[in-house]
Write a protein that binds this ligand. Structure first.
Ligand SMILES: *[C@@H]1O[C@H](CO)[C@@H](O)[C@H](O)[C@H]1NC(C)=O
Length: 537
């Protein structure tokens, strides 16, 4: 007898009474509450009858005209993703070091080799990943994403997009109509899966069946009366789900159409009051965040340089030193973390404490100069749809880097997808000639605080990590980079992410076992991001 069974036995009388009372209450509630007519299925969708129908119709469209010949245009056809991506390294043509700097080579990494084959249970982890991915897809499925084709010559008139209803609320469906030749009886029907139809007014000579139900039919001998009646059709959502859509079938004899009503709450805005009065008040708009480890002398130089230009901007410091030293001063928040919590954990902590609209990320060995114009970053974030804008870092040698990259993920089927990272950017931003749109930028960036908090920095990235954040941000952050907003780099090392730099030895100092970290990185790429391989530049 388990502990629980034992307790049950001992208290069974008490439990029985309790169950009886709750049961009675539930029955009463069931009859008193008008909407509790049936349970709500909020399981992830496996099998959507509407989707099947759409797929069947679409399949029919593609297989039409089988006797008309066609010729495939290879170069254009190759661009279509077919779950067959590969990761190929670039060919090494020259061996001179400066050539490598000018034309950085593309290198490739295969997680199936580097992670999966070294894993003690590759089949198990493979299946786990597949299952998590399956669940993720089901969770993020929305009928609003399903392709809808309006077939030619349909007599039906209906809205294709732009309808939205809040959970369990009612809207009018605008734009419904039937255009056909006069006949004895005109008939249309509406069918929903997550709500019911009704009419808010009735019209003579139109008969209505199924008011307040998921399937409503309207018919009558007079087409104009029927069309008038269609103007009064309302839809009430009956199944609550904060972000989904109902796929509505609108049909008449011989014709069927589908349209979508989105169901969901309004997104709650997150606004910051920064007392804007025509001029950007940087102290009210921006918080500077950094993470420090070992280098207190560098941190001190950074703070001093910031104070020269921005005396009242708040600076948030995350510190995971073994023996933390006090860092004090006005407008400084110093957060001590457990020893060696790591790079991304520190970024996460620092960013979580920011209360201003924007957060500026800097490394602890950067130094502000007259070119570190935060107002320019604020300006572009205020005037464009960008969520994050990177600047440039000037090395001691005078070399200035913006570290712009594009990221793309190609479909690779069951084994996982392929990640491709390349130097470069997508577009120049109009009105800001020194700024471009990219997918990843340098360690010196300003961003909308709420957006960065949404993406977060995966605290498992304890050693180096930079691109990993931008990979997580892909698809949700709009990212830019400006070459004329410059911060200086104090250390006589190269770029902090470059593998050959002395940063590596600094990082090595932190974590003696780099193999463990590499393996963790591979695991995150393989499992979390569901990749099989990557190429990078
Ligand atoms: C700028 O913002 C800071 C912090 O909110 C505030 O103390 C200061 O008075 C503001 N300055 C101006 C000129 O509004």
């Amino acid at each position: 007898m388990t502990y629980w069974q034992f307790k049950m036995h001992k208290n069974s009388k008490k439990y029985f009474k309790w169950i009886l009372v709750t049961g009675l209450l539930l029955i009463v509630l069931y009859y008193v509450t008008p909407w509790a007519t049936s349970g709500v299925d909020i399981r992830m969708i496996h099998d959507d009858p509407m989707q099947k129908l759409h797929t069947r119709i679409l399949g029919g469209l593609i297989s039409d005209y089988p006797d008309i010949a066609y010729k495939i245009k290879e170069d254009a056809a190759r661009r279509l993703a077919q779950n067959t991506c590969v990761c190929l390294a670039g060919e090494e043509t020259f061996h001179l070091p400066f050539v490598k700097l000018l034309f950085p080579q593309v290198w490739a990494q295969n997680f199936l080799h580097e992670f999966l084959e070294t894993h003690p249970n590759p089949e198990g982890i493979k299946q786990q990943r597949a299952q998590e991915y399956n669940n993720y897809q089901r969770r993020s499925y929305s009928p609003a994403d399903v392709l809808i084709v309006a077939e030619a010559n349909s007599p039906l008139q209906y809205p294709t997009q732009g309808l939205e209803v809040q959970p369990l609320k009612t809207i009018l469906i605008p734009g419904l109509g039937l255009k056909e030749e006069a006949r004895l009886n005109h008939i249309v029907s509406l069918r929903a899966t997550m709500g019911t139809f009704d009419v808010v007014a009735t019209v003579d000579k139109v008969s209505i069946k199924g008011e307040g139900e998921k399937h409503m039919t309207l018919s009558g001998p007079l087409l104009s009366a029927l069309n008038r009646q269609l103007q009064f059709v309302s839809y009430t959502n009956t199944v609550f789900h904060p972000k989904t859509a109902d796929s509505i079938e609108f049909a008449t004899e011989g014709h069927q159409s589908f349209f979508i009503i989105k169901v969901g709450h309004r997104n709650a805005p997150r606004l910051y009051n920064s007392g804007y009065n025509g001029e950007y008040n940087i102290s009210a708009l921006v918080t500077i965040a950094t993470k420090t480890f070992i280098r207190y002398d560098k941190l001190k130089d950074l703070i001093e340089s910031i104070r020269q230009y921005y005396p009242t901007v708040t600076i948030v410091i995350a510190d995971d030193n073994e023996h933390p030293q006090p860092v004090t001063g006005p407008h400084i928040e110093h957060y001590i973390m457990p020893f060696g919590k790591g790079w991304f954990a520190g970024r996460n902590l620092a960013v979580s404490q920011v209360t201003t609209k924007y957060v500026l990320w800097v490394d602890d060995d950067f130094v502000f100069s007259a070119n570190t114009r935060l107002d320019k970053m604020v300006d572009i974030l205020e005037k464009t749809t960008l969520d994050l804008v990177g600047g440039a870092v000037r090395e001691v040698t005078g070399y200035t880097a913006t570290y712009r990259h594009t990221i793309s993920v190609e479909n690779g089927g069951e084994e996982g997808d392929c990640l491709h990272i390349r130097l470069g950017y997508h577009h120049v931003i109009e009105g800001f000639p020194n700024c471009v749109v990219a997918d990843a930028v340098i360690n010196f960036f300003m961003a909308r605080t709420d957006k960065v908090q949404q993406v977060g920095f995966d605290p498992r990235m304890s050693r180096q990590g930079h691109l990993e954040f931008f990979l997580d941000a892909l698809g949700s952050l709009h990212i830019g980079s400006c070459s004329d907003i410059i911060v200086n780099h104090a250390s006589k090392i190269h770029l902090p992410w470059s593998k050959s730099s002395s940063m590596k030895s600094y990082e090595k100092f932190r974590y003696s076992s780099t193999d463990v970290n590499n393996n963790l990185k591979n695991e995150l790429f393989y499992f979390k991001n569901r990749l099989k391989c990557m190429t990078s530049q």
